[in-house]
Design a protein around this ligand. Structure first.
Ligand SMILES: CC(=O)N[C@H]1[C@@H](OP(=O)(O)O)O[C@H](CO)[C@@H](O)[C@@H]1O
Ligand SMILES: [Mg+2]
Length: 564
């Protein structure tokens, strides 16, 4: 049996990847991400990590090459765990140490030590399988090759190139492969379209009055979502989808004044949208189609938008799920707790205060985690049904492993005892949601189909949906500092622990504004401190954010950069 590490050392062709490295990256909330031309060596190391993760777990792992909403010149790499979720946080320090290794010998040493510590079976006794995907970035092909080289360096590893995919498609495939279920791209489209159809077929006849508004215009950020949604829409009936910024040559640049991140942050219509869209329902995806926000172009200037963000998508989902649980628990018109379900809502501090208030008024259990979907996802798993969303549009609904068999046996019971009853329909709706909405990560394609089905179920326009509650005016600023890690926070990032004295100043400023709320945190993806402020007026939110940003600048300007 050959020693895989020896094999790794002997392969001098692999060393060239090491020497190409010009910049060190850290495995942040979004994996390794940065300028594409500097990433080859880091992606190569991510390939090694993915192979080790698959060897360790004995299961299929994913590796996705994408930089989501970043400019087209950037790229990145993320690893999908066997569950389909983000790579376990326990392995992040190892990822960082590989990225920071000063030379190939250290790299090998780190791998040997880690493999020993983690009991990773080397030498071909266990095989590893890694599914590779990439978005449409031009740098993707070269980086995918670098990832393959990293995987090849570990004996017994097989890389399977799944081609150009959205991030959530790759995560979905990994999850399904490990559940021994059909996992091709066609299976993905087929499952989404049939689940959507089941939900629409279950709409009560009384809501189906008038002509349904079937037109949806999609801004695909000139990214991978454009072609994918076109393919998906071929399998859909009763929904008229027009795709703009689809990524076709000549249509525009990836993420440049288009996409969910632009629309959410700027509150402007993306390129290609304008006065002709006033009155229509529009949705923006981000560059790798794991986020979505809805919007409608306002008649005032044909450019500003009424934004229906992740918080409102979350609220719509929560309202619908809660209603199904209420129907399910009503017997002969009486409330009964025969089928108790633990429903939880997970948000971050960026959630608009008005959304949290609305959700609490619905009687829902709302909890907060730090920014980054890995935290929200982990928390949502604690419930039978956990709904999580970041305000920026990344989120999903998780049905726990323990809950699914309960729901299925309830469905079987009702179909034999009270077929056609309202309770049975409510269970069927929940089952359809569980197969429609991506159980691995947030997914713009499945998310938009669920929104569309719920709007039809409620008989709501986008205006009606947007009126669920009125967002409190808010402002986000970023402050460049010498060392963003000088800020240490707690309480889901809402309280500053270090440097001392800064939180007191934030409290002092916040108290000046009715409905004032402000927090700061170091970004996980950029070298900045983010400042968030909310108040009852836009002027108030703007000046609160300004005041807090000035305190940050003043404090951190005095802190000398810390040596790495
Ligand atoms: C305020 C904000 O939008 N932050 C984003 C951004 O993280 P930062 O840590 O704030 O840079 O990128 C993350 C990854 O895409 C996303 O999860 C998060 O919501
Ligand atoms: Mg994304």
């Amino acid at each position: 049996m050959r020693n895989p590490i020896l094999c790794f050392i002997e392969r001098s062709d692999l060393f060239c990847f090491f020497y190409l490295e010009k910049k060190k990256f850290l495995y942040g909330t979004a994996g390794f991400r940065g300028e594409a031309s500097m990433l080859e060596s880091t992606v190569f190391k991510a390939g090694i990590m993915a192979a080790l993760r698959s060897l360790k777990t004995g299961l299929v792992v994913g590796l996705m090459i994408t930089a989501s909403h970043n400019p087209v010149s950037d790229n990145g790499v993320k690893i999908a765990d066997p569950s389909g979720g983000m790579m376990t946080q326990d392995w992040e320090p190892f990822a960082d140490s590989l990225a920071l290794a000063p030379d190939p010998e250290h790299l090998v040493e780190l791998i040997v030590q880690f493999a020993k510590k983690e009991n990773i079976p080397f030498g071909g006794t266990q095989s590893a399988e890694i599914l590779l995907g990439r978005d449409t970035r031009p740098s993707g092909e070269v980086l995918l090759e670098a990832a393959k080289k990293g995987i090849d360096a570990i004996i017994g590893s097989v890389a399977i190139n799944m081609g150009i995919l959205t991030t959530p498609q790759l995560h979905w495939m990994v999850r399904r492969r490990n559940m021994e279920m059909k996992a091709s791209e066609f299976d993905y489209f087929a499952l989404l379209s049939t689940s959507y159809r089941s939900l629409v077929d279950l709409i009560p006849a009384k809501t189906l009055t008038g002509t349904p508004d079937v037109k949806l215009t999609v801004d695909a950020a000139n990214g991978v979502g454009g072609e994918k949604i076109k393919e998906l829409s071929k399998l859909l009936t009763g929904l008229e989808i027009e795709v703009r910024n689809s990524g076709k040559v000549g249509e525009g640049t990836l993420n440049e004044k288009v996409g969910a991140d632009y629309v959410q942050k700027e509150k402007f219509a993306p390129l290609g949208f304008g006065p002709r869209d006033v009155g229509t329902r529009c949705v923006s995806l981000d560059g790798d189609a794991d986020r979505l926000v809805y919007f409608r172009v306002l008649p005032t200037d044909g450019r500003s938008v009424d934004l229906v963000d992740g918080d409102k998508i979350l609220s719509l989902f929560a309202l619908f799920i809660k209603e199904q649980l209420t129907i399910l628990n009503k017997e002969n018109g009486n409330e009964s707790s025969e089928f108790p379900v633990k429903l939880g809502i997970v948000q971050t501090a960026y959630a608009n205060g008005a959304s949290t208030e609305y959700l609490k008024q619905l009687g829902l259990d709302v909890v907060f985690t730090p920014t980054g979907v890995k935290y929200l996802h982990e928390k949502a798993l604690e419930y039978d049904i956990g709904i999580y969303f970041e305000a920026n549009g990344h989120g999903t609904i998780l049905f726990s492993e323990a809950f699914m068999p309960r729901l299925e046996s309830k469905s079987a019971e009702l179909s034999s005892v009270t077929p056609g009853s309202e309770q049975q329909k409510a269970v069927l709706r929940l089952l359809a949601v569980s197969t429609l909405i991506n159980q691995a990560v947030g997914d713009a394609l499945s998310g938009l189909l669920l929104v569309e089905a719920i709007l039809q179920y409620l008989g709501w326009s986008i205006e009606r949906w947007s009126e669920l509650y009125r967002d409190l005016p808010s402002r986000q600023l970023k402050v460049s500092v010498a060392d963003r890690n000088a800020i240490v926070t707690t309480n889901a990032e809402t309280t500053v622990l270090k440097p001392s004295g800064l939180q007191e100043l934030i409290n002092y400023e916040t108290a000046k504004y009715p409905k004032g709320r402000s927090f700061i945190r170091p970004s996980g993806t950029e070298d900045v401190i983010r400042v968030y402020a909310e108040a009852s007026t836009q002027e108030g939110a703007d000046s609160l954010a300004q005041a807090v940003a000035q305190h940050v600048d003043c404090f951190l300007g005095m802190i000398p950069p810390v040596k790495q």
